[in-house]
Design a protein around this ligand. Sequence first.
Ligand SMILES: NC(=O)c1ccc[n+]([C@@H]2O[C@H](COP(=O)([O-])OP(=O)(O)OC[C@H]3O[C@@H](n4cnc5c(N)ncnc54)[C@H](O)[C@@H]3O)[C@@H](O)[C@H]2O)c1
Length: 305
Amino acid sequence: MNIAVITPIKHLPGVQQLIENKGSVFYLEGGSKYEVRNLLLTKNIDTILCNPNQQTYKIDKELLEGTQVSLINTCSTGMNHIDVDYCSCVNITIYSLTKDYELIKQLPSTSELAFGLMLSLLRKIPESNQHTLNYQWDYTQFVGRQIKDLKIGIIGYGRLGKMMDGYCKAFGAKTFIFDPYVDIPQTSLEQMFQECDVISLHVHVTDETKYMISSKLLGLAKKDLYIINTSRGEIVNENDIVEALITGRLTGYGADVIENEFDDLTKSPILRVMNKGYNIIVTPHIGGMTIEGQTKAYKWAINKL
Ligand SMILES: NC(=O)c1ccc[n+]([C@@H]2O[C@H](COP(=O)([O-])OP(=O)(O)OC[C@H]3O[C@@H](n4cnc5c(N)ncnc54)[C@H](O)[C@@H]3O)[C@@H](O)[C@H]2O)c1
């Protein structure tokens, strides 16, 4: 087996050794699409190990055509970094963690980040830190909100939504759930926007969820609403989010994802207004990126080979 590892793994204890026991391994961390294609062709690669988080291009026909790749093993639950339709047409097998429930229920990192983004927005932690970096010491600009007794809406009550719910309750917040596919008491989206102080998104992108958060719901928002998005950029209409921040309909937006992460980032409506004084925090898709979670997930993925 000739394996191309196009995602960083060398920092994870025991992972490099594990994959090197599976075949000849060629590492190309952070390579361009052109460089990866070159590696696939020159080393007769049949297997790719990847992860979406650092990839700036899609694994598609342009990358794969004419290569010997027959298996793509992505260490992720999401697959929007791979042209799945093309792979299925040319019989390239894809392994992902999407249905590896036994593993993924042990991976709380993304929910922990969602909670961290919420806390950072509510307590203005990034701006406070920026302040002291400039040798300033004035708390008055940084009076925040406490989580206890806040109303927090959770959209999507699957693996990560449930964990977020638990963390919020542990801090004394009152939570409200919208997930029509789970049998628990529901709060409608409209009611959630009218009543909640924070709304956190935990759904996959589907025809139903794409752009589900748009100006229609944002227009109903209670004063001082914060939205946390660790799901996918496409769950919200980012132009509407920016508009709501500008008009004050939305007080803060904390995201680990943006639409078109693989595209020219200067086109992102969210990133373009980030330095204009709005209350936005964006992290570069680090939700699952913890040593503990990554080590567990990569070992699991590699053991499938
Ligand atoms: N930021 C990161 O690094 C990172 C890491 C892992 C997962 N994620 C993302 O987090 C999201 C949630 O992942 P998960 O593992 O909890 O998924 P999951 O499948 O366990 O849960 C998703 C839930 O959404 C619900 N749902 C489906 N359609 C809905 C709708 N129209 N309205 C409300 N709820 C709906 C489903 O019933 C399900 O309970 C995904 O988008 C995933 O890609 C991000």
